[in-house]
Design a protein around this ligand. Structure first.
Ligand code: URA
Length: 266
């Protein structure tokens, strides 16, 4: 900032503060009608101006890196750059058959729950958005039942970001290749809790590759200090309706823990 520029800005600031002061005085007149007490003297803003725009401000060269960036923007920039990296990813063979990389959707700033599914299906691959098919619509109903939604307080992603052909389970090496993205997504988004859907997500996130869904569901685990619940995948429940009851029990347990339902942790 050159000397002339600084002088102009100091004058403008002083002027603005004086005008605000005058405005406050007129409010004071109104307030005096209702409350006792005297108005205040016209203030001298010289010292305030000095604190905000010091006269002896050192000459600094303005560069892009010195532009103030709001913390949330910085988070978004890093999220966006991670997302852009994923868009060009060729770390595993799934890149050869995908239509779109399906990175994630929903609330990216401290969601109440981060949902981790298995991998994109046909609709997700075509649209580039996770859980938009039948299983996704069913998932949205589960979430709504405990006051959650992807529009407000849930972030949704998958263990792998590209569709496995014929919707087969992702291979362990595919999940491993993609895990760096998932890990960073969790760090950036910083969810209050994680909900794993189905065996591929549950075994990956708990680090128990041989465990069954029956053994993993309905308990609290911790991933990097974040409480985590595993339950059956909505597509599995659509195939076998007897799984509805345990899923509902698991969701209620998570919701109580998060204070979304009365009853506290159970
Ligand atoms: N099933 C998943 O696991 N993820 C999706 O995104 C869609 C269906």
């Amino acid at each position: 900032m050159d000397t002339e520029d600084l002088k102009t800005r100091r004058e403008a600031l002083s002027d603005a503060l004086s005008r605000t002061d005058a405005l406050l005085d007129s409010f004071q007149d109104v307030l005096k009608q209702d409350f006792s007490g005297s108005g205040h003297e016209r203030r001298d803003f010289t010292q305030t101006v000095e604190r905000i725009l010091p006269d002896a401000a050192p000459e600094v060269e303005e560069t892009a890196s010195q532009e103030p960036v709001h913390a949330d923007e910085r988070l978004l920039m890093t999220y966006q750059s991670l997302c852009s990296d994923a868009m060009g990813c060729t770390r595993c063979g799934l890149c050869r058959t995908r239509t779109n990389v399906v990175f994630g959707t929903g609330c990216k700033d401290r969601p109440v729950v981060m949902v981790i599914g298995e991998g994109p299906g046909e609709n997700e691959d075509l649209q580039g958005v996770p859980f938009v098919g039948k299983a996704g619509q069913y998932l949205d109903r589960w979430l709504a039942a405990i006051s959650l939604s992807r529009e407000t307080n849930v972030y949704i992603t998958n263990t792998v970001k590209c569709r496995p052909p014929q919707n087969r389970d992702p291979y362990p090496e595919e999940k491993d290749s993609c895990f760096a993205f998932l890990k960073r997504q969790i760090e950036l988004v910083s969810p209050q809790a994680i909900l794993c859907l189905g065996k591929p997500a549950s075994t990956l996130m708990t680090g128990r590759p041989d465990a069954s869904m029956g053994a993993l569901r309905g308990k609290f685990f911790f991933y990097d200090g974040i409480p985590m619940m595993c339950t059956y995948h909505p597509a599995a429940v659509l195939r076998d309706l007897s799984l509805k009851r345990p899923v509902w029990d698991d969701l209620k347990k998570l919701a109580r823990y998060l204070g979304l339902l009365p009853g506290g942790a159970s």
